[in-house]
Design a binder for this molecule. Sequence first.
Ligand code: UDP
Length: 482
Amino acid sequence: MDRPRFMVMTYPAQGQINPSLQFAKRLATVGADVTFVLPLSAYSRMSKCSEPVTQNGSAMSFAPFSIDGYDDGFKRGGDMNHYRSEMRRCGSQTITDLVVSGQNDGRPYCCFVYTLLLTWAGSAAAELGIPSVLLWIQPATVFDVYYFFFNGYADIIKETMSKRQSPTKTTLPGLSLEFGRRELPSFMDVEDAYSFFLPQFEEQFEMVSKQNHQRSVLVNTFDELEAEALRAVSDLNLIGIGPLIPSAFSDENDPSDKSFGGDIFRGSEDNKGTSIFQWLNSKPKTTVVYVSFGSILDLSKQQMEEIAKGLLSFGRTFLWVIREKSEKVENHKDCDDDNDELVSCREELEKLGMIVPWCSQMEVLSNESIGCFVTHCGWNSTLESLASGVPMVAFPRWSDQGTNAKLIEEEWKIGVRVKPNEDEIVDSEEIRRCLELVMGKENEEMRRNGKKWKELAKGAVKEGGSSDKNLKSFVAEMNNYI
Ligand code: UDP
């Protein structure tokens, strides 16, 4: 029988490209042929992806598509609505062309998998008769919270979010955790500057419930990590297939597969890439603090200065990623200042640590010198830290990050959350306090848990592990469907 043929499409943000590219590779590893669809702007900046990848006889190829006027990507200050509508127009055409040529060649696609903000792509594939399945790139717990928000719990959640003075907690079906205001996805807060994203999530959830013939959702998590959350929504089938991280750090089938290969910011790291690892290798085990806020978030100058002061007063070696402004694609800003230099005491900082514009994060986290990760709790960063056994100082700002931070501290017990002051700034003293907790002698429990999660994460994706089995049965089921 022919190998099943999948199409995987990603939104061109780093936090979406990384897991979806790993997912595509994983599909190829378990015997499917995969076409990976993405805008040309993202494809042309990726480091290792120009050639098709062949694994066990099955093949993964790339289908980059041009978006009129945006082949260099979306630029700061541009018209996001126009960009999105052009992406939709050009992307829908690409999906149609691929589906038609697959049928004409006698190699039809059996399934279309897509990430967040691409609901239109899922609809386009479904209209062409291809089952479309969402790859959810946040935790299952966050999926559940959104699901319940759109299915009867919006008022309760909004009530919790509005109580700034006398805090209350929200409880939701099937979840034992209770959620306070800062622990719910920030887009649900009507006062949040980014609440305009909420209708897009709503549209996505409506589609998942309506169009998906099996009502399946693939989730970048694993059964052992979120057993309860994967079952909390009884009328959908949430399938844990993660953690979606490079093979060298997960199933270990390909030791050379160390970086995501989809780094659209990678150019800025290249000349420093080698020296980062030489430098880290010269440091004793678990002594270096790694600081990074992902690929989107911009912190205010005031917040950056507090982090700098906190690191200096803590006094241990650090590696801090401060992205260059020109590299930013689409960003969340804590404030509008646009200063060229975000930290004033750079010279002093560089006596103690290293500042880089980008790094191969998974390789950094798995370096033995790393003792702690100060993270914005983006879901990829969180999973990558868990899978490397590195305890975290959880420094969430928006979207799912507050929920992820709660899970890190309360559920998985592998980190502590910072407490912002009344002005929503995390001051240097607080940063130092958290670093002392995570890097200090009392962190035994976090280190123990780190080891545990690292083992469990690898176990899940190895042959016969929960995610491996889940993925194989999903592929078999989709293949039967055709
Ligand atoms: N990343 C990286 N190098 C960096 C910073 C980030 O490789 O210097 C990667 C990181 O490994 C992760 C992704 O970029 O896979 C960021 O995704 P995440 O969900 O953590 O945050 P987002 O950027 O979406 O806010």
